[in-house]
Design a binder for this molecule. Structure first.
Ligand code: PEP
Ligand code: MN
Length: 353
């Protein structure tokens, strides 16, 4: 499957899990009727975090999706998590495979799957981000597939699991896929709003954000009776809702062809560059003061961290931020980064000589 054959965004949809031949076919047929889906998905083997959840119908489900794809004239994709899955999926006729988040975390698994694809031609492989926020593991998985000669590789951003609870099932941490794209610009980036959101309400805002960050496509789970789905019920939507969701997305262009618009943008961008340069200058000035304080603390045997002082900085700056319309969480994240660098510099001073 060549993504360039599709008009951006590529839409991949289908159930989290294949449950029966009829459920797979009906989901796919209703997706096809909506006219917005380019690729059909279904999970055959389901790697679940906890045992006793539904772990997939297994190889018996492979021909269900292959058949639906043939009858509806759409490419199909499924997940493989070991060499045996690869063997069975290829035998059944799959040309498109994805690697799940629980596989990408394990280099042994990734290598096993990659080795089983050595020399296999005409494949597309999509690699989900690892469940933990580790960019290197994701890039490493890409490299392992490249090394066995698989070149039609796509990345799927499905969010990262955090210990603390947030409004997402898996925190998007948009900076990680953007960093991925910086390292491997030729990789096509697909967003999986279903596993990021974990619910139906957030599917649309997450999808829209991905498109505005120039993602190449979306993978969204759909089910004929979402509430009764055997896995991931809370985040699945009917094929008709999927069509409506995709129709409701605004697809903006990366570049404008209008000269006046470009000029206006350029002028606002140079204002931003100016302000960014001033911010960097101020941060350098702040670090200079921090180092003077570091010398002083060292001479007087005072600890680097003074918890009340750190609390005071956070209080003062969130108050100021609030006055200026900046959110607490943004100010606190910004201060955290500044504070870490300040501590690093003072630690260096303390350890000198
Ligand atoms: C899935 O796509 O159904 C799935 C299991 O996803 P992930 O690997 O992202 O958890
Ligand atoms: Mn799922």
């Amino acid at each position: 499957m060549n993504i360039d054959d599709f008009k951006r965004p590529l839409i991949i949809s289908g159930p989290c899990s294949a449950e029966s031949e009829q459920q797979v076919y009906e989901t796919c047929k209703r997706l096809k009727d909506g006219g917005r889906v380019n690729v059909l998905r279904a999970g055959i083997w389901k790697p679940r975090t906890r045992p006793n959840s539904f772990e997939g119908v297994g190889a018996v489900g492979l021909p269900w999706l292959i058949k639906a794809g043939k009858e509806l004239d759409l490419p199909v994709i499924t997940e493989v998590a070991n060499a045996l899955h690869v063997e069975e999926a290829l035998k059944a006729g799959f040309k498109n495979l994805w690697i799940g988040a629980r596989s990408t975390v394990n280099p042994f698994t990734v290598q096993e799957i990659a080795d089983s694809l050595r020399g296999v031609e005409g494949l597309t492989v999509m690699i989900k981000n690892p469940i933990n926020p580790d960019l290197a593991l994701w890039i490493g998985a890409f490299e392992r597939f490249k090394m066995v000669g698989q070149n039609d590789l796509h990345a799927i951003h499905r969010g990262f699991s955090l210990h603390r609870k947030t409004k997402y099932r898996n925190e998007p941490m948009w900076e990680i896929p953007l960093a991925f794209k910086n390292e491997i610009p030729e990789a096509k980036m697909i967003c999986d709003p279903s596993h990021i959101a974990g619910n139906r309400e957030l599917l649309k805002p997450v999808s829209q954000k991905a498109l505005d960050l120039v993602y190449d496509g979306l993978m969204i789970e759909s089910h004929i009776t979402p509430d009764e789905a055997w896995s991931d019920a809370a985040q699945q939507i009917t094929p008709e809702t999927l069509t409506e969701l995709v129709n409701g997305l605004t697809i903006r262009s990366v570049e404008s062809s209008n000269e006046e618009i470009e000029e206006n943008l350029d002028s606002m961008r140079s204002e931003v560059n100016q302000v960014d340069a001033e911010i960097i200058q101020l941060i350098a000035t702040r670090m200079g003061i921090i180092e003077r304080i570091g010398d002083f603390k060292k001479d007087n045997s005072i600890t680097i961290l003074q918890p009340e002082r750190w609390a005071e900085i956070q209080r003062l700056q969130t108050e100021k931020g609030n006055e200026l319309g900046l959110s607490d969480s943004f100010i606190l994240q910004y201060l955290e980064v500044i504070h870490q660098e300040s501590i690093r510099r003072q630690t260096k001073i303390m350890n000198e000589g």
